[in-house]
Ligand binder design. Structure first.
Ligand SMILES: [Zn+2]
Length: 154
């Protein structure tokens, strides 16, 4: 469990305790408002899905022209650490938390690859060589690229 998951668990417990302890609504409203506020912070300060080489914080933003993350380990996000402090985290708990894992890279669709550039599936019949193959499914980008190449060459 990383810091983000630990805080989420604390917020869940607070919300559950309101129901289980039958806390009167006038006392529950500010507590639930605080839980909602915590969840908004958790939604902003989460693993950056665009950074797959380290567990960066999306909410802390980036710097430099390269878009390098300001916080490269979500467990070190200052916003989350402050939030965890409010939920009573101790040094021992913090030290025992798991390092967050970077998000997995999603396969990109429509991206030009060497294989798609080399495909000959939509070449005009007059230009088809002995290795011509019909259009492969899932590789749509290469047709556009080949037409651009052909138009550029004409
Ligand atoms: Zn952050």
């Amino acid at each position: 469990m990383d810091l983000h998951a630990w805080i989420t668990e604390q917020v869940d417990r607070v919300e559950q305790s309101i129901e289980e302890d039958c806390i009167p609504s006038d006392e529950a409203v500010p507590i639930l408002r605080r839980c909602e506020s915590d969840r908004r912070i958790l939604a902003r300060h989460r693993l950056d899905p665009n950074v797959t080489y380290e567990p960066a914080c999306e909410g802390c933003g980036t710097y430099d022209d390269m878009g390098l993350p300001n916080v490269d380990n979500l467990n070190e996000c200052p916003e989350l650490l402050d939030l965890a402090h409010a939920h009573g985290i101790t040094g021992n708990i913090l030290a025992g938390l798991d390092r967050p894992q970077p998000p997995t890279r999603k396969p990109e669709r429509g991206r030009l690859t060497l294989a798609s550039l080399l495909a000959t599936s939509d070449a005009p019949a007059a230009l088809r060589g002995p290795n011509w193959k019909p259009y492969p499914t899932g590789a749509r980008a290469h047709g556009t690229r080949q037409r651009q190449v052909q138009e550029g060459a004409a």
